[in-house]
Design a protein around this ligand. Structure first.
Ligand code: PGA
Length: 252
């Protein structure tokens, strides 16, 4: 059985005192269930403080982005080895905001995925279609392209140390959630595509859903066979909201 991973993507939100309050609330209310894993992904400047604040708790810390380069003259970039040095365990790669707003191609995302793995980080690879692509019945084509770029670059075995997040772009920050059935259909497709390369890796891979997940809709989504957690934006910024999702995971 796969554990359920409830991951908070704080995006560009936070401040020292607000983060302390948020993380202490999460730690205090974290469900004891061993099959529920919790993760927070704060902005870079707060990672070290959040690693210190979560020490000894069940809350892991990850970053939201990483350089594809190992080090050197890349002003403003952060290497995967630095994230490991700080105590991060995960990094999000290929979030749709990075693909759309910062022009990251699937090749760039694959390079970031590879550099994260090389350093010993667990990448969370985000994939997902826009509303236009869904309406044009392009969902599977788009997701296959996003997945294949990474599989081709790093090989299927690498997914043994990775997580995938299916995040329909039309559901991110919009309040429009995919129905459990819509999400399950895509999750099953992703798992089948990976199983075509290696069924064992595909079976153990955690596939998270992301896009307006909240306490009220989490149970229905998490009940689906191929949904193994959530990547949560808006509802990860208040301890009570994030814990409501973690609680739904623990009850499931
Ligand atoms: P949302 O964001 O939960 O605010 O829709 C999810 C994400 O972008 O990871």
């Amino acid at each position: 059985m796969r554990n359920t991973l409830i991951a908070g993507n704080w995006k560009m939100n936070g401040a020292t005192s607000a983060n302390d309050e948020l993380v202490s609330g999460i730690i205090a209310g974290a469900p004891a269930a061993e099959n529920v894993e919790l993760l927070i992904c704060p902005p870079f400047p707060y990672l070290a403080a959040m690693v210190a604040a979560t020490a000894g708790s069940k809350v892991a810390v990850g970053a939201q982005n990483v350089s594809e380069h190992a080090g050197g003259a890349f002003t403003g970039e952060v290497a995967a080895s630095m994230l490991v040095d700080l105590g991060c365990e995960y990094v999000i790669v290929g979030h749709s905001e990075r693909r759309t707003l910062y022009g990251e191609s699937s090749r760039d995302v694959a390079a970031k995925f590879a550099s994260a793995l090389d350093a010993g980080l667990r990448p969370i690879l985000c994939v997902g279609e826009t509303l236009e692509e869904r309406q044009g019945e392009q969902t599977e084509t788009v997701i296959d392209e996003q997945l294949d770029a990474v599989i081709d670059a790093v090989g299927i075995e690498a997914f043994g140390n990775a997580v995938i997040a299916y995040e329909p772009v039309w559901a991110i920050g919009t309040g429009m959630t995919a129905t459990p059935e819509q999400a399950q259909e895509v999750h099953a497709h992703i798992r089948a595509r990976l199983a075509g390369h290696d069924p064992v890796v595909a079976e153990s891979l955690q596939i998270l859903y992301g896009g307006s997940m909240k306490g009220e809709n989490a149970a229905g989504l998490l009940a689906m066979t191929d949904i193994d957690g959530g990547l949560i934006g808006g509802a990860s910024l208040k301890a009570a909201d994030f814990l409501a999702i973690a609680e739904a995971a623990a009850q499931g």
